[in-house]
Design a protein. Structure first.
Length: 345
């Protein structure tokens, strides 16, 4: 259901209401892949340049600027004494579609080479100038905002939040516990970090309804208490397997027979440097859970500072652990306590 890198293995098919994606254009653009985003970025400018280039060419054609500019090019001396000298074009130096396209680029990106300019002869040209400037500013704002959001997406920060490759089950405080290790590779912290775990498996109700992905929250414990963690150094997060746990009847003998068993771990928090909420995910299948092992210590005190050795982040060692379910272990303890407290005959 969830990969080791946090990607969800879900394919969305037969979505009939595709128009809903267009109602949120900005998020759609941010979610696109980089090649598609850059293609849209380039085509949005090219299309608007061509569109307004055509508009400027039509304005020049309708006003007769192309005829007069052609005549002046053929006979420059005629403009000294004849009627062409008194003619004022809508936009100077436009005599073809190419020059109109160049003027469209100059207007939208505010280059301003100085060879072409709008005159007061045509109010329509002034209106088109205003409209094109507004359209160019809107495109710039949307595209620059989209690129900024893509480069600062929260899941990029999640790449430096790591989980142990394997989870382990061993005794802690006399109880079987499901344990994993989580760490942050960056010095900038994750503020208000919370972590939660879920068991995802196929279940069937008493009425015969089959739930292919039943998500069951499992109670989590950590050294700080509650779901909030202070992730300044790697922590071992554990879940006590008690009578309320979905793992209550799992033993090392039948652990690997639970092919549909998957434990998802979700870490959420606010990135200290950007204030954006990020989420890191991973999951553990049955064959990624090691029974009777625990994580080796990786934090040591050196020269008055705490040093973390990430080369041992996922290392485990074998420890004595009962090869029975948590239910059997609890029942055996109850029997032993009863025998201890009963009076001798």
């Amino acid at each position: 259901f969830v990969g080791k890198n946090g990607a969800c293995n879900v394919a969305h098919k037969n979505i009939r209401e595709q128009g809903r994606f267009l109602q949120d254009v900005f998020t759609t653009l941010v979610d696109l892949k980089w090649p598609h985003t850059l293609l849209i970025f380039t085509m949005s400018f090219l299309c608007t340049w061509l569109l307004f280039g055509m508009v400027w060419w039509l304005i020049a054609f309708a006003h007769g600027d192309l005829d007069h500019s052609t005549r002046l090019q053929r006979d420059p001396g005629e403009g000294a004494a004849g009627p062409p000298a008194s003619f004022v074009p809508c936009v100077t130096s436009i005599h073809s579609f190419t020059s109109a396209f160049l003027f469209s680029i100059e207007v939208q990106v505010t280059i301003g080479f100085g060879g072409r300019m709008v005159t007061e002869e045509c109010p329509a040209a002034i209106l088109v100038l205003i409209v094109q400037n507004i359209v160019g500013l809107v495109i710039n704002a949307i595209m620059l905002g989209c690129i900024f959001m893509k480069t600062s997406q929260a899941h990029r920060r999640a790449e430096t939040l790591i989980f142990s490759k394997h989870a382990v089950i061993a005794l802690r405080e006399g109880k079987l516990c499901f344990m994993l290790r989580v760490g942050d590779l960056r010095k900038s912290m994750i503020i208000s970090a919370t972590i939660r775990m879920q068991v995802v498996k196929k279940t069937a109700s008493l009425e015969g309804e089959v739930v292919p992905l039943n998500q069951i929250d499992i109670q989590m414990e950590n050294p700080v208490g509650g779901n909030s963690i202070f992730l300044v150094s790697p922590l071992i997060i554990y879940h006590v397997i008690d009578k309320n746990s979905p793992l209550y009847d799992i033993s090392p003998m039948n652990l690997h027979h639970h092919e549909d068993l998957e434990i998802i771990v979700i870490l959420e928090g606010v990135v200290e440097t950007t204030g954006i909420t990020t989420q890191a995910r991973t999951s553990y299948l049955a064959d990624e859970i090691l029974w009777g092992q625990r994580f080796v210590p990786i934090v040591a005190e050196e020269d008055g500072r705490y040093s973390v050795d990430y080369s041992k982040f996922g290392n485990t060692v074998k420890v004595p652990t009962p090869s029975c379910t948590a239910r059997q272990l609890e029942e055996d303890k109850s029997i032993m306590d009863t025998m201890t407290l009963s009076p001798k005959s």
